[in-house]
Unconditional design. Structure first.
Length: 283
């Protein structure tokens, strides 16, 4: 499996499996199938409600722990942020049945971000999280966090897909040593992604699916990506993107699809509330 190297030297697979919106009663089988297909990066979150099921699949797989890269995320905490962050992390570890995670992310830039991050730094220094990072942080919040703390985030997991490509933000992250990671790589099918003429045309040229083209496009941009599926055949298809490449011209055709705006949030809203005005649990 192809890896990226994080800013602390930790190796992270560039293509993994996400379990966002997979119901807990389906998660164990989905993760079992993903591991059988060859995925070794698994991404969950406290807010998804399926950490325990993912943990059961890991345990049943018999795959050595050092061969897996497990990510979970801190959801918004009430009360004293630092204490609650550590309790939340302990709860996630217990649900997963693990003694450490490979990456712990702050899920949203809400609440007392600085206290939460200081607590996450402690968890990292204790070795219970091999790396720490953030999710859904826009560049100003990310740079501010870097400038005022001792440990810089290793990863920022953000909405990234052909219609919202985040190239300028990726440049900022690269300058700061932060790895970009995509959630929603298929835009949940919005803008007719799976039948889009540009993507379909490129897929036809390669004898591949649109999903494979999108994943290959992200991999060539050095974006870590965690597609989700509950179908074993789709899982196998999604991971089979390392035996072909897109040309510069094809990459440029996809680049031209960028709208510069989120398909899930009001891009101007710093609280990242959805268009319905409610907090949305994101990948």
């Amino acid at each position: 499996m192809h890896n990226v190297t994080l800013n602390n030297g930790v190796e992270m697979p560039i293509l993994g499996f996400g379990v966002y919106q997979i119901p807990p009663d389906q998660t164990e089988q989905a993760v079992t199938d993903a591991l059988a297909a060859g995925y070794r990066l698994l991404d969950t979150a406290a807010g998804y409600g399926n950490e325990e099921a993912l943990g059961r699949a890991i345990k049943a797989s018999g795959i050595p722990r050092e061969q897996l890269f497990v990510t979970t995320k801190l959801w918004v905490q009430d009360g004293p942020a630092g204490d609650n962050t550590k309790r939340a992390f302990d709860t996630s570890l217990r649900r997963l049945g693990l003694d450490h995670v490979d990456l712990y992310l702050m899920h949203q830039p809400y609440g007392d971000v600085y206290s939460q991050w200081r607590a996450m730094q402690d968890i990292y220094r204790e070795g219970r999280a091999k790396a720490i990072g953030v999710s859904n942080f826009y560049p100003d919040r990310l740079v501010d966090l870097i400038e005022h703390n001792e440990v810089a985030p290793a990863v920022n997991q953000i909405e990234t897909h052909p219609f919202f490509q985040r190239t300028a933000e990726q440049d900022i992250m690269r300058e700061r040593g932060v790895q970009i990671e995509s959630w929603g790589p298929f835009a949940e099918g919005r803008n007719n992604l799976f039948t889009h003429p540009v993507l379909s045309g490129i897929a036809e040229e390669h004898g591949r699916s649109v999903a494979q083209v999108v994943l290959r496009w992200l991999v060539q941009r050095e974006v870590v990506v965690i597609p989700k599926s509950v179908r074993a055949d789709r899982m196998a298809e999604n991971i089979a993107v390392f035996d072909f490449g897109l040309t510069d011209e094809e990459m440029a055709r996809i680049a031209a699809l960028d709208t510069g705006a989120s398909l899930f949030f009001d891009h101007r809203d710093p609280t990242m509330t959805s268009r319905l005005g409610k907090v949305r649990v994101t990948d």
